[in-house]
Design a binder for this molecule. Structure first.
Ligand SMILES: [Zn+2]
Length: 409
């Protein structure tokens, strides 16, 4: 655990800057905190003496560490600056506790506990130092554990020039949590790598190179208003048109009824009054073919509802959000095989996961840079139960160093 101190210090420094993204901002970055974190990292990269450091107007921070081993591939690392906007405090108050087993009191004043009965995963970490929240926020190991990991890797390579490595490029990007916006805006003409990695999933050993195909759907319904006393034959109620649309989607193909490789529909937003109704839905499917079929079904539903309610005006907007990493995989599985080899050499049992979500790699892979994903070591992302065992953070960092070593062999 040679790097435990540096990793922990960096992690605590990065989570001290609140950087929640904001899905309603309509700009990238969606919050100033992300730019503030990017500026802090920019300063640290300059101190290390990295090259081609650039912080652009979207708070996308990129830099290059030139290789010292000719012929070794150029590898990119991508981590996101934002934390998820959930209805918890944006401020993070981390605490390091030595876990002795049993329930964990996160906040005595507010009586917030992490109960072993509800979180049996805790049992694996008895005897370890763990970074917890104070129960009022997420921790932000998603994805600041990755940022600490990548920054510690860079400082190790700068400090010890005898470690052979190819060209390394890093990118710290905003607004992953609200639609992978930063990865979509990265300038890949400048950020030239053979392949890349994200470090953006949970417990030790997790490897992801399968993600969802993801789309969002916006239904906009305009009805016809009328006073109820003279509404017969006149009024078209947009809420009921919206209800008819929702009724066309299988109630068993929802996030709460599916797992593994099953896709789903998820209605997650509705705004309505007597004249208008908007519905927001996400489509997710690992299979590209099923995903396309789901999009077609949405359009068929709208056609049918238009026939049923000819005086309502119904618009539908379908947007592709990201794709499945595996669909971008060509002949060369090298970057993925290296993850398994790294686990093998480090004595880590790999856990391959078909992620029911996306990563920045879902965007980058579709854009031509194969970008699989491995574990941060953190658990319970997106909740106040999030925690990061320090030995797991160290293992994630060991993966990063091992990947560099393997690529340069
Ligand atoms: Zn993440």
């Amino acid at each position: 655990m040679k790097f435990a101190k540096e990793l922990t210090e960096r992690f605590l420094r990065y989570v001290a800057i609140p950087s929640e993204s904001n899905g309603r901002a309509g700009v990238v970055p969606s919050s100033e905190g992300q730019r503030e974190l990017a500026r802090l990292l920019e300063g640290e990269l300059r101190e290390m003496g990295l090259e081609e450091i650039e912080l652009d107007e979207h708070a996308i921070l990129t830099a290059r560490l030139p290789g010292n081993k000719p012929g070794a591939p150029a590898i990119g690392w991508v981590a996101h600056l934002d934390t998820v906007p959930v209805s918890l405090s944006p401020e993070v108050h981390p605490q390091i506790l030595h876990y002795e087993g049993g329930d964990v009191c996160l906040n005595a004043e507010k009586d917030i506990w992490l109960r072993l009965a509800e979180h049996p995963e805790l049992a694996e970490y008895v005897g370890q130092d763990i970074v917890f929240t104070d129960g009022t926020s997420v921790l932000g190991s998603d994805d600041k554990a990755a940022i600490a990991n990548v920054m510690t890797m860079l400082s190790a390579l700068v400090a010890d020039k005898s470690i052979p490595h190819g060209d390394i490029r890093v990118a710290f990007v905003p607004d992953e949590e609200i639609g992978l916006c930063g990865a979509k805006l990265m300038d890949l003409e400048k950020w030239k790598v053979d392949f890349a990695y994200t470090i953006d999933c949970c417990s030790v050993g997790e490897i992801v190179y399968e993600t969802f195909n993801a789309g969002s759907v916006l239904f906009e319904i305009e009805g016809v208003t009328a006073h109820p006393m003279s509404a017969k034959g006149v009024l078209v109620n947009p809420l009921l048109v919206g209800a008819d649309i929702m009724a066309c989607f299988d109630r068993k193909q929802t996030p709460e009824h599916t797992d593994g490789h099953d896709g789903y529909w998820w209605f997650w937003g509705c705004e309505a009054n007597d004249s208008r109704c908007t519905l927001r839905m996400n489509i997710r499917d690992h299979s590209k073919e099923n995903y396309e079929a789901r999009k077609k079904y949405v359009l068929d539903v709208v056609d049918m509802i238009r026939v049923r309610h000819p005086r309502a005006k119904i618009d539908v907007t379908l947007t592709d959000v990201y794709g499945n990493i595996i669909d971008a995989l060509g002949e060369d599985r090298g970057p993925i095989d290296m993850l398994y080899q790294a686990c093998d050499e480090l004595g880590i049992t790999p856990k391959t996961i078909a992620m029911r979500g996306g990563t920045d790699g879902s965007v980058l892979s579709v854009r031509g840079v194969l970008t699989p994903n491995y574990f941060t070591g953190g658990l319970n992302f997106h909740s106040n139960a999030e925690f990061l065992p320090i030995p797991s953070l160290c293992k994630s960092h060991a993966m990063t160093m091992k990947l560099i070593e393997l690529a340069a062999r």
